[in-house]
Design a protein around this ligand. Structure first.
Ligand code: ITT
Length: 212
């Protein structure tokens, strides 16, 4: 019986790496959008991480006719009333420049906005909503969060996105200083996926049963 195939509905190589590591112990064949170059960028129009994750997963399941796993995630900073939130990937977007902002553009803008804000008022959280959609319309979602502090300056070179400026109280280091296996134990993405894992295991078991 071939393993259950899942498409990771993301263009972000950092997410692909982490999802692959997080799903390593499950018997699934993982594809990503790199395997489907004909699928265009899926616009994220929703007001919430959940809406965006659901829309991405459903669209990719429809187009590939395979179960699709989508993650919409981002950073919420308390002193900025939850910004950058769903706009995390495009926070420093500049309409005069066609290229999307780099990770350093985004966290650079964040550090500028927080200039002068003391350590005690720099609380933030990473949020991840993961959606698993099937071509037949079944849809499941799960959420994970990870709390921290926005550092005064970037440190570390692991991970992606805002990791160099996200300081974790538990390890007293930024997320980009932590080895990937540690980030993958505590991250918002790990927590969301852990919530979906029982479901994935039951789908794998189901997939192994001979079809009658
Ligand atoms: P896809 O939509 O193709 O999945 P994306 O990068 O556009 O890729 P999102 O719209 O979900 O993904 O934006 C998430 C952004 O939030 C991401 O680009 C990072 O800037 C940030 N982010 C999410 N998870 C993160 C993590 O684990 N560490 C650091 N930053 C993260």
């Amino acid at each position: 019986m071939p393993p259950l195939t899942l498409v990771m509905a993301t263009h972000n190589p950092g997410k692909v790496r982490e999802l692959q590591a997080l799903l390593r112990d499950l018997e699934v064949r993982l594809l990503s959008l790199a395997d489907f170059p004909e699928i265009p960028e899926i616009p994220e129009k929703g007001a919430t991480f959940r809406d965006n994750a659901r829309a991405k997963a459903q669209e990719v399941a429809r187009l590939t006719k395979l179960p699709a796993l989508a993650d919409d995630s981002g950073l919420e900073v308390a002193a900025l009333e939850g910004r950058p939130g769903v706009l995390s990937a495009r926070y420093a977007a500049d309409l005069t420049r066609p290229a999307p902002p780099t990770d350093a553009d985004n966290w650079g803008k964040l550090l500028k906005e927080l200039a002068g804000i003391p350590w005690e008022r720099r609380q933030a959280r990473f949020v991840c909503e993961i959606a698993l959609a099937f071509p037949d319309g079944r849809l499941y979602t799960a959420r994970g969060e990870c709390t921290g502090i926005i550092a005064l300056e970037p440190k570390g070179s692991q991970g992606f996105g805002y990791d160099p400026v996200f300081w974790t109280p538990e390890f007293e280091q930024t997320m980009a200083e932590l080895p990937p296996e540690v980030k993958n134990r505590i991250s918002h993405r790990a927590r969301a996926l852990a919530a979906l894992k029982e479901l994935l295991i039951s789908l794998i078991t189901e997939n192994r049963k001979p079809k009658t």
